[in-house]
Design a protein around this ligand. Sequence first.
Ligand SMILES: NC(=O)c1ccc[n+]([C@@H]2O[C@H](COP(=O)([O-])OP(=O)(O)OC[C@H]3O[C@@H](n4cnc5c(N)ncnc54)[C@H](O)[C@@H]3O)[C@@H](O)[C@H]2O)c1
Length: 436
Amino acid sequence: MRVVMIGTGYVGLVSGACFSDFGHVVTCVDKDAEKIARLKQGIMPIYEPGLEALVATNVEEERLFFASTPEDTAAAVRAADAVFIAVGTPSRRGDGHADLTYVYAAAEEIAGLIDGFTVIVTKSTVPVGTGDEVEAIVRKARPDADFAVVSNPEFLREGAAISDFKRPDRVVVGTEDEQAKEVMRELYRPLFLNETPILFTERRTSELIKYAANAFLAMKITFINEMADLCEKVGADVQQVARGIGLDNRIGSKFLHAGPGYGGSCFPKDTLALVRTAEQAGAPVRLIETTVAVNDARKKAMAEKVKAAMGGDVAGKTIGVLGLTFKPNTDDMRDAPSLDIVPALQAMGATIQAFDPEDHEARKMLPSVEFKDGPYEAADGADALLILTEWDRFRALDLDRIKRLLKAPLVVDLRNIYNAADMTRRGFTYASVGRP
Ligand SMILES: NC(=O)c1ccc[n+]([C@@H]2O[C@H](COP(=O)([O-])OP(=O)(O)OC[C@H]3O[C@@H](n4cnc5c(N)ncnc54)[C@H](O)[C@@H]3O)[C@@H](O)[C@H]2O)c1
């Protein structure tokens, strides 16, 4: 199959590289010419484990190509069996609806170029009914064109994106067009060897599945975060509560880790967009409205938690921060909890010295932070150490060294990666989330 990815970001690049690894011929297109120029030199625009090698192999095997010029894009789209739209759908400023400007612009561009039967696949996360609009855009521009618009939401997680794409729990495809179903089956055929379920639905249903999945997971995280707050008040341990409920198969153990609130490029914007869609449709989703509100308040409240752990005042104090990205194994800073917590602590008068293994985005977004080259440098001379992201390398720190470097042996661990009893035994004052 010949495939074009419009948008070469976290989703487009990973999907494109994986499809090429399946044996398809893929062209990844981006309007960011610099991104494409760097990709052609083998330089990845994002940090994602395993991506660089996967891209290199498939470029070498001449299955993976990059394009930014109109001519190269046109040639690739004309030859394509499937053109994926994998552009961003951020929150629209002011109202929280998904901003579909990039999706519709991509649809316009594709419309002018398709040749012969082409499946236009929306991989971006888009509200119910967007496929209808994409179809109308293409139909209007090209009344005679032979195409089908399919919804194929992506469920990969940053940091584990390649294995998620290659070994997904399921593939969801929204279309009732038989010819399009055949193309989609062929594209994902390598996955059927490991019997990945492929769920064919009507297009609107497929669009909603993606939002329902993200909203449910965001709600699950928010649930355990509220349990953590309750645990702190009543002297219970949220990790054991999570284990105790997670062992119940009906609940499941994933997404039950208490922390500073969810962030990232998907949950915040997708929960909000679902709330807006539901409001507009006259079927409000109160659980998700509450989830959004609770999570927003939580991220803001975390600075207060740090302040309380530091004796009620952080003015003039230095805090060493470990981890700024919204989760480990990514450089993505979109809606990271650190973006609320760090400026709030600075506003209270604290100086922040931080280390993150993939800090190039963080440096742009938190310019007044002093960036350090390692966890020990971040701890050096600080009044407290604050763990914000659970990168593996923070899980096994030389704690005696940390203790010697800190001005006071205080660790605030918002990811619960250390054992409270052990930390106390080592002479730390240790604060974490939802644990005695
Ligand atoms: N990041 C994730 O983990 C994840 C997971 C599942 C789904 N999604 C969804 O996938 C979509 C893409 O997310 P992302 O994180 O990859 O975004 P991103 O911002 O990393 O990448 C989008 C890319 O599209 C390019 N682009 C925009 N308009 C274009 C056009 N007309 N032609 C060519 N290129 C264009 C941009 O330059 C950018 O490089 C979003 O809808 C998101 O919700 C993301």
